[in-house]
Write a protein that binds this ligand. Structure first.
Ligand code: GDP
Ligand code: MG
Length: 208
């Protein structure tokens, strides 16, 4: 139950990253707790809202109430012209790569450059926490160690499924790009998805 003295703060989160890294799937997993392997490619930009209670405890008291606006984007070239204005308006940019695709990881630098170009007073906003960068390595379920432990040797022998970016590389990149959060997730299994948004909620400033 939300008390009358609770203030609701709204934040805009934009999801950036190459096509197929799992932006739409991550949003779907967070919003609906489901995974649809046949989801449609995003056309342009979609947005959804969700309220989170990052401080909620077992007693059910929710000190902090945050309304997140999630802006999905499409990586295809023909939609890219739409993205800058969404970056400009955002409070948080989630840069996503696929841990089984080195190239999607390398493209983070170019997404970062886009942000830098669009964000007024970028360095100060980043430093003050007014604007937050988050790096997400998605498709954790496909990581080699998990395939080994689940006994699914087929994918391994075919060489189709393999981690190409280590956790440490991701962590280093996050540091270099000034990201406040680095996390590996799986939209398929749900691994760390709620954790990601909880961490974002915890560091968003409270503006009353
Ligand atoms: P987007 O283009 O970044 O929005 O990526 P999508 O969400 O459309 O996902 C692209 C493809 O990757 C789809 O076939 C998804 O089913 C698949 N996918 C997305 N997230 C995951 C994940 O965490 N694990 C696995 N194994 N597949 C995923
Ligand atoms: Mg999509």
């Amino acid at each position: 139950v939300v008390g009358s003295d609770t203030s609701i703060t709204k934040y805009k989160i934009v999801f950036l990253g190459e096509q197929s890294v799992g932006k739409t799937s991550l949003i779907t997993r967070f919003m609906y707790g489901s995974f649809d392997p046949n989801n449609q490619a995003t056309i342009g930009i979609d947005f959804l809202s969700k309220t989170i209670y990052p401080d909620s405890n077992e007693n059910g008291s929710n000190e902090k109430v945050i309304r997140l606006q999630l802006w999905d984007t499409a990586g295809q070239e023909r939609f890219r012209s739409l993205i800058p204005s969404y970056i400009r308006d955002s409070n948080v940019a989630i840069l996503i790569y696929d841990i089984t695709s080195k190239s999607t990881f390398e493209y983070l630098d170019s997404w970062y450059e886009d942000i830098k170009q669009q964000k007024h007073d970028f360095e100060n906003q980043l430093e003050s926490g007014e604007f937050i960068i988050v790096i997400v390595g998605n498709k954790f379920d496909l990581a080699e160690e998990n395939i080994e432990s689940s006994g699914d040797l087929e994918g391994k022998t075919l060489g189709l499924i393999k981690r190409q970016v280590s956790f440490e590389e991701g962590e280093r990149k996050a540091k270099v790009l000034g990201a406040k959060i680095f996390i590996e997730t799986s939209s398929k299994s749900g691994y760390n998805v709620n954790q990601l948004f909880k961490q974002i909620g915890e560091i968003l400033p409270e503006v009353n």
